[in-house]
Ligand binder design. Structure first.
Ligand code: HEC
Length: 236
């Protein structure tokens, strides 16, 4: 079978599959051979990504540790790297310098009026920390850290968040799996499709659902949501 005939047969069976899965078996027919089948070659733009290029992007690290690179580093080693490459923006203790983001602090503030969301107070998994630092930091010089530097500086950031308490702790692909962030339990899968199903209407209204014309019941100006000059909260 020629290449284009093969593709046409494939396209026909895919179309037949879609039609069948839509429960319209009766109208399923062999699709006419398409006049032109686009392949990556015939598009005439770009080229296929090389395996090394894909590998460069395929660097995600998952909560169970899948994707961790080989390497190791201690909190102590990380401190030196952090002071040199991170503290100028994130502050010596992760408290932030100027208006750069904090990377530590805020423990116990989530339920307060001013929640401070940091790795220690909010983030669910240490994998997000190491993945993020690996792909994006130091800001402006991303992906410049060696794997050992990455483990070390991640260990130090976790130390700043009181997640790791011993400065001789060595972070590597094995010890990584022992790390738990304090707020993990407050993240859970979205279960609304089962938990709230009883509350759903059987036939939800999708058009013209208001019985009459819409009525304005309040205006932001009247209920005074905009702080007047000098009366709002202090902004740095
Ligand atoms: C030039 C300033 C700068 C330097 C140096 C820098 N960062 Fe950052 N960092 C940032 C900025 C800006 C963001 C936020 C980026 C964004 O949201 O897109 C950030 C975000 C982060 C975050 C996520 C914070 C959060 O809660 O969202 C972590 C973790 C982090 N940096 C770690 C590091 C580490 C570790 C280093 C040193 C290896 C480092 N950064 C160096 C500027 C910097």
């Amino acid at each position: 079978m020629s290449r284009s005939a093969k593709l046409a047969t494939l396209a026909a069976s895919v179309v037949a599959g879609i039609v069948a899965s839509a429960g319209m078996m009766a109208v399923a027919q062999k699709a006419p051979a398409p006049k032109h089948v686009a392949t990556s070659k015939s598009l005439g733009i770009g080229r296929e990504a090389k395996p090394q290029e894909i590998a460069g992007w395929d660097i995600d690290i998952r909560p169970d540790g899948q994707g961790l690179p080989p390497g190791k580093g201690t909190v102590k080693q990380g401190e030196a790297i952090y002071m040199q490459q991170c503290a100028a923006c994130h502050g010596e203790f992760g408290e932030s310098a100027g208006r750069w983001p904090i990377v530590a602090g805020g423990a116990g503030t989530l339920a307060s009026h001013d929640p401070v969301k940091s790795i220690g107070s909010y983030w669910p998994y240490a994998s997000t920390v190491i993945d993020y630092i690996r792909r994006a930091m130091p800001f402006g010089n991303a992906q410049s850290l060696s794997n050992d530097e990455l483990y070390a500086v991640t260990a130090y950031v976790l130390y700043l968040n009181d997640v790791i308490k011993d400065e001789d702790f060595e972070l590597n692909a094995t010890t990584f799996k022992t790390i738990r962030l304090p707020n993990e339990a407050n993240f859970r899968d979205d279960d609304r499709d089962t938990a709230e199903k009883a509350l759903w209407r059987k036939n939800p209204c999708m058009t013209n659902c208001m019985p009459g014309p819409a009525k304005v019941t309040g205006r932001a100006r009247v209920i005074d949501v905009t702080p007047e000059p000098g009366k709002g909260p202090k902004v740095e």
